[in-house]
Every structure is written in C-alpha cells, then in structure tokens.
Design a protein around this ligand. Structure first.
Ligand SMILES: [Zn+2]
Length: 294
C-alpha cells in the first residue's frame, strides 16, 4: 500500500484480501458485518496468539486517513512477522504469537465513501436522499448512511439517544464491532480517530484502579507518538460523549480501552492524504507497545 493517496472502500478491501492471501499461515480475513448501504465491514487478524488486541478506525466517515494507516500497519506487521524482522525494535513475530491483533480499518464504510466521494456514492436511494437532506456537507459527514453517529450508539452507561428510531446498538456497524468483542478473547482495545494528536484514556464509569492502568498504558503510547494526553475532565465534561465503543468495551470487559486522535487539530476536512505518511510513523509502534506491556 502506497501512502499519501486516497483509497476507496473497494480498494481497501481488495488490499486486505490480497494481504490475507499472501500470509495465510498467520493471517485471516473475516467480514464482521454488513453496513446499511450493504458494504462489508472487514477485519484482519494477524498472529497466532489466542488473545487479541483490537484496533479500529473509520468509525467517523470523514476521518479518512486512519483506515489507510490500519491497512498499512497490517501489511508492515505481516512482512516483519514473515521474515521474523524487528519493527522499531519490537520483535513482531514473538509479540503477535503471544497476542494477535484484530484490525478493523473501516467500521463505517458508508460514512467513509460519503465523506471521500460525496453522497452519490451511496447506492440506496432512500439513504442517499436522507443524507443529502441533513444539511451537512459531504466532506464533513461522520455518520453512517442512516445519519447515526456510531461513536454514540453503543449500549453503555453514558448512552444518550441522538435521534428518533435510534437506540443502543441499533446500527449494523455497532453490532459488527460488538461481535468482535464477544467472539474473541481480547486484552485491550485502541480506537483511532482524528483530530487533535491526543490520547484519551479516562473512563468515567470505571473505578480508580482501572483508570490508573489505562493511564499507564496511555503514557507509554504518548512517549512513542509524541501526542498529548487527554485531561480526564475533557472526557466526561460533555454528556454528549456518551455511547462510545471505548466506554462500552471498558464496562463490558474491564480491560484497557484507549482513544487515539491522530492529525493536528486545525486540519481541514476532507483530510489531506499527505497526512498519511507522517501519521503512520507516529502510530505504527503503538499496538506493539501495548502488547509488549500487557
Ligand atoms: Zn472520530
């Protein structure tokens, strides 16, 4: 995968397919669900560890850089694994045989298509019309094709209904990710968003000891990425932050769940693909570090 380029959902999926066919010994590709506009929600799993670390990107459509980085990450990890090479000083094969990584680069494929190509990329005429009528420019679209923010749709303590007809886990995209948490033995979860170059670790519904551990992991990640650490007030001051998958995951499994916001705060949408290379260098070792420290 060549960085600093725009990729369609189709191309991302194709890349993942080719990867999994190249490295059949330690890599599997699985479709965890289908979006409301009928696009697959793919997951690639790398490593032979029974436990897994889950990585997600693209929950918000307009955050179009991270999905590409996740596929690049899968590719680089696979190459290093196959050759038993070190990556940034990490012994990839050893780490991924201890703990696999489950990567979902495109949790919200419809949102990604809309925010990178415009609403005409949506196939279902009813959904297409509905999205157009919301009065939001397509470059700024963060929702799924039904206009729901997936990052607010998870059944956790902080969930708040956003609109009529929406309820906890009402969306296909939400259910697809919940299925991952259900079916795999996981040790932690990192959710990549944009913007801000900041790492959020504080989970309001969780006890002190949980947050202490989460904070420690976030500090390791901060050192590697040079991002800021989110202040805990920022995470619970706004009641509008409820219903996120990191909250859901932490409450369900009591394991570390961290949000990484890539890309500078004042970047404009659509995000310039030239952010990909620089951002990739900032985040590429984060999952390995988490496995190393868990
Ligand atoms: Zn986001």
């Amino acid at each position: 995968m060549i960085l600093n380029q725009v990729y369609s959902c189709e191309e991302i999926l194709q890349d993942m397919k080719e990867l999994s066919e190249t490295y059949t010994d330690f890599m599997t590709l699985r479709t965890m669900g289908v979006s409301h506009d009928e696009r697959p929600i793919p997951m690639i799993r790398i490593g032979l560890g029974i436990d897994s670390l889950v990585l997600t990107a693209g929950i918000h459509g307009r955050e179009s850089v991270n999905p590409v980085l996740m596929v690049k990450l899968a590719e680089e990890y696979a190459k290093a694994y196959a050759k038993d090479d070190n990556l940034n000083g990490y012994r990839v094969r050893e780490l991924l045989n201890r703990c696999s990584v489950c990567i979902l680069p495109l949790v919200n494929p419809d949102g990604y298509e809309a925010a990178t190509q415009g609403f005409d990329a949506l196939r279902n005429p009813i959904l297409r019309q509905y999205c157009k009528m919301r009065g939001i420019e397509w470059e700024h679209w963060k929702y799924n094709a039904r206009g729901v923010d997936i990052n607010r749709n998870f059944p956790c303590k902080s969930y708040i209904q956003q609109q009529l007809g929406e309820y906890p886990a009402s969306e296909n995209e939400t259910q697809a990710l919940m299925k991952v948490f259900e079916e795999y033995d996981t040790v932690g979860y990192i959710d990549f968003h944009s913007r801000g170059r900041i790492i959020y670790y504080y989970r309001q519904a969780m006890p002190f000891a949980y947050n202490q551990k989460n904070h420690k992991l976030a500090r390791y990640m901060q050192k590697l990425s040079d991002y800021n650490l989110g202040k805990r007030e920022e995470e619970y001051m706004s009641r509008l932050n409820g219903g996120s998958p990191v909250n859901y995951y932490s409450e369900l499994l009591k394991k570390p769940a961290i949000t990484v916001e890539t890309i500078e705060e004042n970047a404009r949408y659509p995000l310039d693909p030239s952010y990909q290379e620089k951002t990739y260098r900032e985040i590429q070792a984060l999952p390995l570090e988490i496995i190393n420290k868990t």
